[in-house]
Write a protein that binds this ligand. Structure first.
Ligand code: 2BA
Length: 107
């Protein structure tokens, strides 16, 4: 048995967990925080049989593809004067760990 830990952006967490649940996988979502950006992200925990690992990774990847989004940004030109302009940022993606499970119990 394997344990998949997938860290995804909060924006993708709902579609990732819905797609996994729809495909009959059991999922636990943890509210987590990235150490570098100190921003919230979501860690999914999925316990599965070994032959399901690829399918779970595929589903997570489909729902959390890296993409470019245009977001508004502001620049200050001199005291009291600001201009707003769009900038491209990369969002989405997933960081995935696959761990060996030595025991799986439900008491
Ligand atoms: P990613 O590499 O896509 O990582 C997204 C989040 O996944 C990370 O959030 C962290 O919560 C988790 N993560 C990634 N690799 C991990 C690992 N080996 N062990 C445990 N957790 C891991 P943040 O730490 O807030 O990082 C956000 C993004 O900032 C990263 O995106 C990466 O593009 C960049 N980054 C992270 N550390 C960096 C560093 N030391 N220097 C430059 N850029 C960094």
């Amino acid at each position: 048995m394997k344990l998949v830990l997938a860290i995804v952006s909060n924006d993708d967490s709902s579609s990732v967990s819905s797609a996994l649940t729809k495909a009959n996988y059991q999922v636990t979502k943890l509210a987590t925080t990235g150490g570098f950006l100190k921003a919230g992200n979501t860690t999914m925990i999925v316990g599965i049989e070994d032959d399901k690992v690829e399918d779970v990774i595929r589903i997570i990847g489909e729902q959390s593809k890296r993409r470019t989004e245009i977001v508004p940004s502001t620049a200050s030109y001199d005291i009291g004067r600001y201009a707003s302009f769009p900038v491209e940022v990369q969002v989405g993606g997933a960081t995935i760990f696959v761990l060996e499970v030595s025991q799986f119990l439900k008491l």
